[in-house]
Design a protein around this ligand. Sequence first.
Ligand code: ADP
Length: 480
Amino acid sequence: MSPYVSAPARTKIVVPVLAAIVAVAIFVVDTLTPLDIAVAVLYVAVVLLAVDFAGYTGILAIAAGCAVLTVVSFVSTHDLTPGTGPMLRCFVSLAAIAITALLAARNQLAVAALREQADLLDLTHDTVFVRDRDDVIKYWNRAAEDLYGWSSDEAVGLPAATLLKKSFPAPYPSILEELERDGRWEGEIVHMCRDGRPVTVSSRWALQRDSHGRPAAVLETNTDITAQRVAEDKLDRTRSELAHLSRIATMGELTASIAHEVNQPLAAIVANGEAGLRWLGRDTPDLGETRNSIEAMLRNAHRASDVVRRLRALSAKAAPAHALLDLAAVVEETVQLVERELRVQGVRLSADLPAGLPSVEGDRIQLQQVILNLLLNAIQALSTVPPERRTISVRVQRGARESLGDAIVVTVDDTGAGIAEADLAHLFDAFFTTRSDGMGMGLSISRSIVEVHGGRIEAANRPEGGASFGVCLPIAGGAA
Ligand code: ADP
């Protein structure tokens, strides 16, 4: 048996039994005791008790039964002389029973009409329930029965918090405060079903007040969004896998540069080592020069390990980690990764990376990936123009942006062929590419990264020729 036996379930059994006992008791007293009073008037109590469990016709039938018992008592204990006291008392009793029955039946009709309207709430797929101010459930619709697994009879009369073991997105007192202040509250809650399964619901509460303005009841409507949340989590995971794969692919494009970046300091270390040995191998070893060689070796070793560290961070498959970032420093580090690519392609890069700009909040690796994509795209776009016109300008500045407010803006401008007007609307679509060896994922992934950071990425053609890409990210904390 369910541990939750609700109050209405008990009432269903108790009240009819009680009504029957009262009717029998009245009949016995009316028939067997020689009282000169209208005992049968007390059948009114039976009719009133019937209101709790019988419908319109049920009440009329019970009243008719009481009238029959009254007449039987009267006939079996009195003579039938018209106009006598007992006969008048019998008529008074019958009239009282009839009037009470009619009023009760009319009331029952009105209740039935209201219930019919309430039954409309059973048609909705949302769960709807009403809690009084002590959190006790007063109404529970069919969708709530289906979703949570408790029938209306089981749920009504129990505290909602105990039944559903809710977990809230904010401290409960602050939710109640908002509900009392605004008369409504909306948010995402996790409810626990009867079988222990958690369901995430989008919940809307509306407060009903009594005539003194005090909170009387809360109407709670919930939409089950569990499946949607699971799908969104899965999408997030897939998106981050894709971002990782695209990062690896981007690094693949940089292989030659990466090998060179590491090789150069290694070659310098070897050269410095050999020089050091020569200084030591002299008849009188020159310790000063040897020291210089060793220091140069250390500098180069640090340079090599810095490159390796940057690359390892970029290729790591770590969950996004948000921190306060100096965007100019992030851009500077990213530019270093493409330095050789710029040299090989004969591209001049000018950078305006002022120190001391307000921080943005974000994941360093993801934002580096965005900048790296923009730089590599610009370098590729420049391959079609004569070498003397190959320039990229990178700027980081503070600027107000519509809908973002105070923001940090990174701009990457190039002097390439620019973007065809028809392509401008599709640049950020997944798989959109105009390159024969392109994947068309770089800008699409960059956009989702920037948007997850609460920012915006945009592309335009520069009036003087070439493309201009801008990444705007909100300043952490809304201000400097
Ligand atoms: P992919 O580089 O693999 O093509 P992206 O998403 O990075 O994928 O870029 C999509 C397309 O946007 C490119 O194929 C190119 O047509 C266009 N594009 C991106 N950056 C520039 C740029 N700086 N100048 C001109 N076109 C560009």
